[in-house]
Design a protein around this ligand. Structure first.
Ligand SMILES: NC(=O)c1ccc[n+]([C@@H]2O[C@H](COP(=O)([O-])OP(=O)(O)OC[C@H]3O[C@@H](n4cnc5c(N)ncnc54)[C@H](O)[C@@H]3O)[C@@H](O)[C@H]2O)c1
Length: 371
């Protein structure tokens, strides 16, 4: 198969979808890999390293899209890329369709085959291509939160761990999944008082067992969240309903209950965000304030630590990308249920329920696209 790896052009996105090690694997299986010049630069991989691994370097993004049967990316295509996408071209990347109506319509119009990293799902319902980025974002959320809690950054001016004789900060983590668990571990490690809320009782039981003593678990409901936010300094939003828009757990009126200088990090912003007042921001301009509450809503948090993120992501994506390249998407998806769940939009049809529901579009059963 002919594989194309464009350079990411979203603001401050420095990750790359295939490393030189990945190129070597594709080459071993007889595939041809075209990589856009400098695609790996931000993650520390030079064009020479790609060439040595057997890739062909192309100078423009147009050339990469024009030649490739499968495009492997990191973030969803942005508007300037829509016109480059060809009918039947396989796109394997993060899409997050449920949070972008224009992207959904553009991909329907281009009649591409859109396989979304974020909905590839294992039989135990875990999301193997979200996990590594969630691990990075969850850990980073505490680093960022701690920074913006500093007074000169607009925060309350509290140190997460406190010091002898001074109480530590209170951290509330919404959602005890991958993001929430990693965030809670980091915050607890720094000495904060941490509370995790989730709607899953089995998950809360598990967390209660494995977390250190400075982490509490509480059932997620509006009443409990309203009570908790009164004494919270840092809130991390890490809820997920797979393939659907995140629920607004912190509504605008709740901001009045919080202390001025409270910091909220909405990691779930890539699914629309779990605070009513969230709007996506970038690494260049990551925060804004509403009613005295600092909001950090960067949609591609792992992009700021591209070395760690690229290696973590490609460790997880490469086995699936090889399956697609070796068998073609139809055969790979009809025999592999995990990959099949990644299909979102195929040749103009929406085949993922969460996406058709989000934008009120007709839904086609995924089995119908294999004929
Ligand atoms: N901004 C970024 O750069 C970035 C990076 C990675 C992941 N993310 C996003 O972070 C979010 C969380 O990802 P994850 O991997 O931790 O997901 P996950 O599925 O592991 O965890 C989500 C958790 O949310 C819980 N949940 C669902 N509804 C809830 C509610 N009403 N109240 C409390 N908890 C609720 C679920 O029970 C689950 O435990 C996703 O939207 C993901 O796309 C963003």
């Amino acid at each position: 198969m002919i594989i194309g790896v464009p350079k990411e052009i979203k603001n401050n996105e420095n990750r790359v979808a295939v490393t030189p090690a990945g190129v070597t694997e594709f080459r071993k299986h007889g595939h041809t890999v075209y990589v856009q010049a400098e695609a790996g630069k931000g993650s520390g991989f030079s064009d020479e390293q790609y060439t040595e691994a057997g890739a062909v370097i192309l100078h423009t993004i147009e050339e990469v899209y024009a030649i490739a049967e499968m495009i492997i990316k990191v973030k969803e295509p942005i508007a300037s890329e829509y016109g480059l996408i060809k009918e039947n071209q396989l796109l394997f990347t993060y899409f997050h369709f449920a949070s972008s109506e224009p992207l959904t319509h553009a991909m329907i119009e281009r009649k591409a085959v859109c396989l979304a990293y974020e909905t590839v799902e294992k039989t135990d319902r875990s999301l193997p291509l979200l996990v590594p980025m969630s691990e990075v974002a969850g850990r980073m959320a505490i680093q960022e939160g701690a920074k913006y809690l500093e007074k000169p950054m607009g925060g309350f001016g509290i140190l997460l761990g406190g010091v002898a004789g001074v109480k530590p900060a209170n951290v509330l983590v919404l959602g005890g999944g991958i993001v929430g668990t990693q965030a809670a571990k980091m915050a607890a490690g720094l000495g904060a008082n941490v509370t995790i809320v989730d709607i899953s009782l089995p998950r809360l039981r598990y967390l209660e067992d494995i977390m250190p003593a400075n982490v509490d678990t509480v059932m997620s409901n509006e009443y409990n969240i309203r009570e908790l936010i009164k004494s919270t300094n840092l809130i991390i939003g890490g809820v997920l309903i797979p393939g659907a828009k995140a629920p607004s757990l912190i509504t605008r009126d709740m901001l009045k209950l919080m202390k001025p200088g409270t910091v909220m990090v909405d990691v779930a912003i890539d699914q629309g965000g779990c605070f009513e007042t969230s709007k996506a921001t970038t690494h260049e301009d990551p925060i804004y304030e509403v009613d005295g509450v600092v909001h950090y809503c960067v949609a591609n948090m792992p992009g700021a630590v591209p070395y760690t993120s690229t290696l973590a992501l490609t460790n997880a994506t490469l086995p699936y990308a090889l399956l697609l390249a070796n068998n073609g998407w139809k055969s790979a998806c009809s025999t592999n249920e995990e990959l099949r769940k990644g299909l979102n939009v195929v040749n103009g049809k929406v085949v993922f329920k969460g996406v058709s529901d989000a934008w009120n579009l007709p839904y086609t059963d995924v089995k119908d696209v294999f004929q």
